[in-house]
Design a protein around this ligand. Structure first.
Ligand SMILES: [Zn+2]
Length: 329
């Protein structure tokens, strides 16, 4: 049996998995993303994570059918390059990631956009497998999105699915993208943290930051938010309520345009907070839905934390599929 490798390259962690033909995870490894250096350092960390996951699955990387990588930034999957990956250290220029990894790992390497591969994973193997159209919403540091129509990912001219930058308030809060009133300016964990710091400076409860320090975290992670919500911290509650209101307006607007059957909520916050918060997002969509008598299903991503890496593995065409493709030509 030939395995496929999948890598989810994130701003804080590198998740590697080894999956079989059915998408079952047989080995996995998680390494922190280097915070200094440049693309070669990130590539070295990817290689280490891939080797560890392969070893756990009882194989080596050179024996794999290939390795797929879901990456942030501008991904050119044909050229095998990644340009200006904002959350990765020193990654502004174009770097030949597929070639560098391929030489080290001894197998072919395919690249894809991180959010796209996570959306496809949910469609093929996760919460979206019974639907023909869906919207993936990845609620984390930012808010990413993927659009599936007739079981196919819609990429537009390469940048479709940027649901985080749907405008939910004209002239509203400043977004990390530099524009105003985007959904991400209210719902992205990064924007929420910036607002939390400002609120605490102005005298709000600092419970969120006390939990963060106790856990030895440098940021307000999804786990920190979840804990503060359990404790009914008023600041965390207010930030999350505001995020849910923005998500409801932005997602409902996208649904008014596309009329998808399902909305899959993933990302760090989405998976950590779970179905009860997905239900709250569904509620907050209702006032904005044009066809409010038949709202789409709103579900938490089933593949959770591993979805991005599993989706990246799907970039590697299976031997059977490759044979079929060859036979068809
Ligand atoms: Zn924006």
């Amino acid at each position: 049996m030939t395995l496929r490798g999948g890598i989810d390259l994130g701003g804080t962690k590198i998740q590697a998995v080894m999956v079989d033909e059915a998408g079952e995870v047989l080995g996995s490894a998680r390494h922190p993303t280097p915070t200094a250096g440049g693309p070669p350092d990130v590539a070295a960390a990817i290689v280490a994570a891939a080797r560890e996951a392969a070893e756990q699955a009882g194989t080596e990387t050179a024996a794999l059918a290939g390795v797929g990588v879901g990456s942030p930034g501008d991904v050119d999957s044909r050229a095998g390059t990644v340009t200006s990956a904002r959350n990765l250290p020193g990654w502004t220029a174009t770097f030949p990631l597929a070639e560098v990894l391929g030489e080290e790992l001894g197998t072919s390497v395919a690249l894809g956009n991180d959010v796209d591969v996570a959306t496809v994973a949910e469609m093929e193997l996760g919460a979206g497998r019974t639907y023909s159209s869906l919207l993936g919403v990845f609620w984390g540091t930012g808010v990413g999105g993927g659009v599936v129509i007739d079981r196919k990912l819609w990429r537009g001219r390469a940048s479709a699915g940027e649901i985080g930058h749907m405008v939910v308030k004209v002239g509203g809060a400043r977004c990390p993208c530099g524009r105003r009133g985007c959904m991400e300016a209210y719902a992205g964990r990064g924007a929420m943290e910036a607002r939390a710091r400002k609120k605490v400076r102005n005298g709000a409860s600092d419970e969120l930051f006390r939990i963060m320090e106790k856990r030895g975290r440098p940021r307000l992670t999804s786990g920190v938010f979840a804990r503060a919500l359990e404790r009914h911290d008023p600041l965390a509650t207010d930030l999350i309520d505001r995020a849910i209101e923005a998500l409801g307006a932005g997602i409902a607007s996208a649904v008014n345009l596309l009329d998808v059957e399902a909305v899959i909520i993933g990302g760090g916050l989405g998976t950590r907070l779970g179905q009860s918060y997905a239900d709250r997002i569904a509620q907050s969509m209702l006032p904005h839905l044009f066809s409010d008598s038949r709202p789409p299903a709103v579900l938490v991503a089933e593949l959770g934390d591993l979805g991005g890496a599993i989706g990246a593995a799907l970039l590697v065409k299976s031997r059977a599929r490759r044979r079929r493709a060859l036979a068809a030509t």
